[in-house]
Unconditional design. Structure first.
Length: 203
């Protein structure tokens, strides 16, 4: 059973206490130096184990939270089940919500399966129309950006530009791609999820 919270090695406390101790006897000084060396070695080893334990703890917490999220299929932002949302909104909100639940600095495994499980089916959609739908039906979408979208996050960058007005030419010129391209909805959801992670990790 995993437990939330960070672990820290108890040897850290011992080392701090030793720093304030000043032995006077030569023999005691020698023993003290050896003891301190061994304790430092043990502390280094403990730190390594503690980091591994904390990573596993975070991984378990992440897995449980995502399991509940996928099982319930509920959008906290729109306070409704994902099946009630239009495909464009479902793609955007799911990608954002999933990125918030990603605790480790690596994208989730089986990302495509998770995307399909939430109800995003494999269908071809027009990227320009998708952006326009987001701006029209969800004008506060840009508030979800935890960073500044750029050419490195082209999908979120399109939403940012579209929220400011006419975006076609500027996006096409900066990205080097015509925004009227078609894309599989599963692939778009995964791309947006990754872009949300990029914004968060770049802070």
């Amino acid at each position: 059973m995993w437990r939330r919270g960070k672990y820290s090695p108890a040897t850290d406390v011992c080392l701090k206490e030793l720093e304030s101790y000043q032995p006077t006897s030569e023999a005691i000084l020698t023993v003290f130096a050896e003891f301190k060396r061994q304790l430092q070695s043990a502390n280094t080893s403990m730190i390594s184990h503690v980091k591994a334990l904390n990573t596993e703890n975070e991984k378990a917490a992440e897995e449980q939270e995502i399991l509940w999220f996928i099982t319930l299929g509920w959008s906290e932002e729109f306070d409704t089940h994902y099946s009630k949302l239009s495909t464009p909104l479902r793609i955007f909100d799911f990608a954002h919500a999933l990125s918030l639940r990603t605790r480790l600095n690596v994208e989730l495994p089986s990302l495509k399966a998770l995307t399909n499980k939430i109800g995003i089916e494999s269908e071809i959609i027009n990227f320009r129309e998708w952006v326009q739908t987001i701006i029209s039906e969800y004008p506060t979408a840009i508030d979800k950006f935890k960073g500044e979208p750029s050419e490195l996050t082209p999908c979120l960058y399109a939403i940012k530009l579209a929220s400011q007005g006419t975006w076609y030419k500027k996006w096409n010129g900066n990205i080097g791609l015509d925004n009227k391209f078609e894309i599989n909805s599963l692939e778009l959801a995964q791309q947006i999820y990754r872009e949300f992670l990029v914004l968060r990790w770049s802070k």
